[in-house]
Unconditional design. Structure first.
Ligand SMILES: Cc1cc2nc3c(=O)[nH]c(=O)nc-3n(C[C@H](O)[C@H](O)[C@H](O)COP(=O)(O)O)c2cc1C
Ligand code: SF4
Ligand code: SF4
Length: 271
């Protein structure tokens, strides 16, 4: 059998998914006897331009395929694009990053999508990343301990199809996680968007990093499309000028910060 080209393929608005995916892929490329020599290749599909065309792998590839968890699932805005990524018999390692609450059915959903599209999943993992909504929930994660675990995980991966990897999650997959207010009423944050304070100096970084391409390039306060609350513009703005004012969003953020203070640990699946 030919050597496998190792890839890290990821969607990562605030960088935690990228950090883990690249680390696993680099380690896999470095230590796996079936890996082709040289560093892992990267395919970052965070920005809309990268998702303009489908992607085709072959059985000579092995792909660490990583997405963040949104509402306990694979981000729904990615579903159409993911169906344009064809495995062609490639091996895949589905990986999800979640913000210390739970990954619910995101990992099993990602595994199923990859299997359906011609990948053979051989291992899988759920890691924890600083929550997109918060600076204190899982702050700084993945941290050194997570990175050491990711490295150990990569070193144990067997690049051989032995049937779909078994992961935690329910199948049929459950609905999207829905935040609720103190009266148990569903908080609908779908239309919420970050605002821009007068600290803004019009550097336009936010427009360049928005994965939906939704911030107008000539006016950072203006939206040209949907907002998925990914946190990229808020966390990357050098002036700290992006913020939320929506009561429901802020209530949900604070509740998450208050409830999920325990340290969730990564879960690794090998067979
Ligand atoms: C819209 C949205 C929904 C989210 N839902 C969940 C969730 O259900 N459970 C959870 O633990 N984290 C959730 N998160 C947090 C992200 O999964 C987490 O912060 C992840 O590390 C972000 O990845 P990135 O840094 O690659 O953008 C959500 C984030 C966003 C933006
Ligand atoms: S990144 Fe911040 S400072 Fe730059 S344009 Fe956007 S809001 Fe303004
Ligand atoms: S506008 Fe919304 S989708 Fe775009 S970067 Fe900001 S939070 Fe993410």
């Amino acid at each position: 059998m030919s050597e496998k080209k190792i890839w890290a393929m990821y969607f990562s608005p605030t960088g935690t998914t990228e950090k883990i995916a690249v680390h696993i892929a680099d380690e896999l490329a470095a230590v796996n006897p079936k890996a082709a020599k040289g560093p892992a290749k990267r395919f970052d599909f965070t920005l809309p331009g990268a998702r303009a065309e489908g992607k085709q792998f072959t059985e000579d590839d092995a792909v660490v395929f990583a997405v963040p968890v949104y509402a306990g699932r694979v981000p729904n805005v990615l579903l159409k694009y993911l169906d344009t990524v064809q495995g062609g018999g490639a091996l895949a390692i589905p990986v999800v990053l979640y913000g210390n609450r739970n990954y619910d059915d995101a990992l099993i959903e990602l595994r199923n999508i990859l299997e359906k599209n011609g990948f053979h999943t051989v291992a899988a993992a759920a890691f924890i990343g600083e929550h997109s909504f918060s600076k204190i929930l899982a702050a700084g994660r993945p941290d050194d301990k997570d990175m050491a675990l990711a490295k150990a995980f990569a070193s144990k991966i067997v690049l051989e199809d032995r049937g779909p990897i078994q992961v935690r999650g329910e199948d049929p997959i459950r609905g999207y996680y829905q935040p609720r207010d103190r009266n148990g009423v569903f908080i609908d944050i779908r239309k919420v968007k970050p605002l821009t304070s007068d600290q803004c100096d019009h550097c336009m970084l936010c427009a360049r990093v928005c994965p939906m391409g939704s911030i107008a390039f000539d006016n950072p306060e203006s939206f040209t499309g949907i907002c998925i609350k990914c946190g990229a513009c808020v966390k990357k703005c050098p002036k700290g000028a992006k913020y939320y004012e929506d009561e429901g969003y802020l209530y949900h953020k604070q509740e998450l910060e208050e409830i999920y203070t325990r340290r969730a640990e990564p879960e690794l699946f090998f067979e």
